[in-house]
Design a protein around this ligand. Structure first.
Ligand SMILES: Nc1nc2c(ncn2[C@@H]2O[C@H](COP(=O)(O)OP(=O)(O)OP(=O)(O)O)[C@@H](O)[C@H]2O)c(=O)[nH]1
Ligand SMILES: [Mg+2]
Length: 262
């Protein structure tokens, strides 16, 4: 049932009408630990809409340092010379030593981080910095926060990283920004899913990981979306696109409800 209707999902997303005249796009922010697939998800969304593998947002080979350093907005082309009604940002990964400062993720959430800012792992962006946007417009602010967690490293997650995620989550809660969780690398924890992405919703292992994720970061199961990013494929396929678009549809719809309520 879940693995049909790719065209309908794509159409819905392409034709989303923004429910506020104050914003020109819905902004989705992805944050999470280093190497969990934040940039890869942005590339996977682009790939799903362009029907070919894309790599706009650079991806990490394998490292304990964040590959993404700059704050950058990614737009998805709509094929008619324009862009889809949502944009995506990812930030430097959370880590104990070399990651992004929690305060910087919160600054990004509130729209205070200037495009192109290079995150520093030792100091947060200060109000006096030229890269600090003092009066962010509704377009600069984030309309949906996505916490990205990797299914294959859930059990290894340090409590200090979980605490950092919770701090960001609480700030987003305070200002009513909707939140969802993206559970990546599901192919790495379930061979059945690796062989056939359509098995995602019947896999016990994936259900187990969703429950574990829910308990660890305190998010309702229905807001945790399992995805397999495009990381080794040379072409796109419907089941992988569908998981990506199901997660994206929820982000876009939550962001749209949020801007309508402002
Ligand atoms: N098997 C598998 N690998 C993935 C998946 N998503 C991402 N990867 C791989 O994980 C590695 C890290 O992905 P990135 O997207 O660079 O991770 P990131 O969260 O942006 O990392 P930083 O920018 O360093 O914080 C890359 O080698 C990806 O190919 C997935 O769903 N499945
Ligand atoms: Mg990255």
């Amino acid at each position: 049932m879940f693995f049909s209707g790719r065209g309908r999902l794509e159409g819905e997303l392409r034709n989303t009408k923004i429910r506020s005249s104050d914003v020109s796009h819905l902004r989705i922010l992805l944050h999470g630990q280093i190497g969990v697939g934040k940039s890869c998800f942005i590339n996977s969304v682009d790939s799903a809409f362009q029907h070919e593998i894309k790599n706009k947002a650079g991806e990490a080979p394998c490292s304990d340092k964040s590959y993404t350093k700059k704050y950058k907005t990614y737009k998805i082309e709509n094929g008619n010379g324009g862009f889809l009604p949502f944009v995506m940002n990812d930030v430097m990964g959370l880590e104990n030593k070399d990651g992004v400062q929690t305060a910087d993720v919160i600054s990004a959430l509130l729209g205070h981080v200037k495009e192109g800012y290079k995150f520093k792992s030792d100091t947060p962006l200060k109000e006096c910095d030229r890269n600090y946007v003092s009066n962010p417009s509704p377009d600069d602010k984030v309309h949906c926060l996505v916490t990205v967690v990797s299914a294959n490293s859930l059990s290894l997650m340090d409590q200090s990283i979980i605490n950092k995620m919770k701090t960001v989550k609480e700030r987003a809660n305070d200002i009513d920004i909707p939140q969802i969780v993206l559970l990546t690398k599901i192919d790495e924890v379930c061979l059945l899913v690796k062989q056939d992405v359509k098995k995602t919703y019947t896999s016990k292992k994936i259900q187990e990981k969703i429950n574990q994720c829910s308990n660890m970061i305190g998010a309702p199961v229905k807001f945790i979306f399992p995805v397999k990013n495009y990381c080794y494929e040379s072409d796109t396929n419907d089941p992988t696109d569908i998981l990506i678009m199901l997660a994206l549809r929820h982000m876009v719809s939550a962001a749209n409800d949020y801007v309508a309520s402002l």
